[in-house]
Design a protein around this ligand. Structure first.
Ligand SMILES: [Zn+2]
Length: 261
């Protein structure tokens, strides 16, 4: 079985409006670094699924981040043939690249800081790459790749105020941006009001997922569109957890580590 990390109540104002991700009583089950885990009853009833036989545990473990990414793409109304620019190529950015390409048949422009990330994005299906090195202009290259228009959809998957501001400059008129990366608290952005108004830009900021999207994510995994091999590049036993966490905090280019109890 695979259990999501939350379950909505199903009866509050938000749940009744199909915004279960914003449920007033969202029940979380945080922390799964153990040999056994007690899943709360509500999650068992509403957000736990049987893993198909051909799907590995490592693959199934991707349902949660994938469901969040799916929500991000659905909120933007991505259509086949759209140009989707993804800023930030960590695990989440890579999932956006992969799903935008494989599931939504979009044309993907991947924007990242390191050449190794751009290579990986190309293997995930990105059509074009832009390096966002210190002081580099990324607005011109993206406009150049889109006939001067800008991208239909821009995803910010880093969580830096300056990149939120940059993201809207990459959009075409009538385009949609998703400020997906959560910024540090107490940070603010300054947006060009004329650009927002006269170019009729839509700003979204997706958060979390819903049971329907967890099911959809599991379906995408079971059909082979996404596999843990693309995202997990390290396997460690539970006893090494502290060391793994320290390692992750130093941003050393590792994507995801599978913890095997
Ligand atoms: Zn609710």
């Amino acid at each position: 079985m695979v259990a999501a990390n939350s379950a909505p109540c199903g009866v509050c104002y938000y749940c009744r409006r199909e915004q279960e991700n914003l449920c007033e009583d969202l029940l979380f089950n945080n922390g799964a670094y153990a040999e056994y885990i007690r899943i709360p009853e509500r999650i068992v009833n509403k957000n736990m699924y049987e893993v198909p036989e051909h799907v590995s545990y490592q693959d199934a473990a991707l349902v949660e981040p994938l469901a969040c990414v799916l929500r991000g793409l659905e909120e933007c109304g991505v259509r086949a043939g759209d140009t989707v620019a993804v800023i930030g190529l960590g695990p989440i950015g890579m999932m956006f690249v992969r799903l935008a390409k494989a599931v939504y048949n979009a044309r993907v422009i991947a924007i990242g800081r390191r050449p190794t990330q751009l290579d990986r994005a190309a293997r995930m299906g990105a059509d074009q790459m832009v390096i966002n090195s210190e002081g580099a202009d990324i607005v011109e290259p993206v406009r150049g790749m889109t006939g001067g228009r800008g991208a239909d959809v821009v995803i910010e998957a880093v969580g830096l105020p300056e990149l939120w501001q940059l993201a809207i400059q990459l959009l075409r008129r009538g385009g949609v941006v998703n400020f997906f990366g959560g910024c540090p608290s107490d940070t603010h952005v300054s947006l060009d009001t004329n650009l927002l108004h006269y170019s009729e830009l839509t700003c979204k900021a997706s958060f979390h997922h819903s049971p329907a999207l967890i099911r959809k994510a599991l379906d995408i995994i079971s059909r082979g569109f996404v596999t843990a091999k693309d995202f997990v590049n390290r396997v460690e036993p539970l006893t090494n957890l502290l060391e793994v966490m320290k390692h992750l905090m130093s941003h050393n280019g590792h994507l995801k580590t599978a913890i095997i109890p």
